[in-house]
Design a protein around this ligand. Structure first.
Ligand code: DQA
Length: 148
C-alpha cells in the first residue's frame, strides 16, 4: 500500500513568489505545490499539501494526521520559533517528521535561530531554497520504506 504523507506549511508561505524573494526565491506557492505533488507521485507516495496562517488550524491538521498520514514534512514558518502548541501536537505524532525551512534560519535574525521543533523532528533541512521540499520528500520516502 502507498504511504501517505502530508506537507504542512505555516503562515505567509501562501505568498511565496511575492514575499522576500531574496530569502525565499521566486517560485509561487502553487508551483511549489505542483512540484511536490508530482515528486511524491513519482516516488509512490500519496501526498497532501496544506497551508494555514492560523496556529490552531495547524494543530488540528497535525492531530488529524495522526490517523491519516505516515509522515509529516513541516515548514511551520514563523510558528517554528514561537509555538509550543505546534511542538506539542508534533510530539504526539509517533511517525517520521521532517522540519523544513527554505532559508537558513541560523544565518538570520537571532529570534529565528531557535526552533521549538528541531529536537522532536526525525531530521531537518534548511537553507537549500525550495529544493528543500524535494529533498524532504525523497528522505521521507526512504524513511518510510525502511519502516515497512
Ligand atoms: C521560514 C523561516 C521562518 O523564520 C520564517 O518565519 C518563514 C519561512 C523558511 O522557510 O525559511 O516564514 O520557515
Amino acid at each position: 500500500m502507498n504511504n501517505k504523507i502530508i506537507i504542512i506549511n505555516g503562515p505567509n508561505l501562501n505568498l511565496l513568489g511575492e514575499r522576500e524573494q531574496s530569502q525565499y526565491g521566486s517560485i509561487t506557492f502553487n508551483e511549489l505545490k505542483e512540484i511536490c505533488l508530482n515528486k511524491s507521485k513519482e516516488l509512490g507516495l500519496i501526498a497532501e499539501f496544506s497551508q494555514s496562517n492560523i496556529e490552531g488550524q495547524i494543530v488540528n491538521i497535525i492531530q488529524d494526521s495522526i490517523k491519516n498520514f505516515d509522515g509529516i514534512i513541516i515548514n511551520a514558518a514563523a510558528f517554528t520559533h514561537t509555538s509550543v502548541a505546534i511542538r506539542d501536537a508534533l510530539s504526539i505524532f509517533k511517525k517520521p517528521i521532517i522540519e523544513l525551512h527554505i532559508s537558513n534560519i541560523y544565518k538570520r535574525e537571532e529570534f529565528r535561530q531557535k526552533s521549538l521543533i528541531s529536537d522532536i523532528a526525525t531530521g531537518g533541512i534548511f537553507g537549500l531554497g525550495s529544493d528543500g521540499y524535494i529533498l524532504a520528500i525523497i528522505s521521507m520516502q526512504k524513511l518510510l520504506k525502511n519502516e515497512n
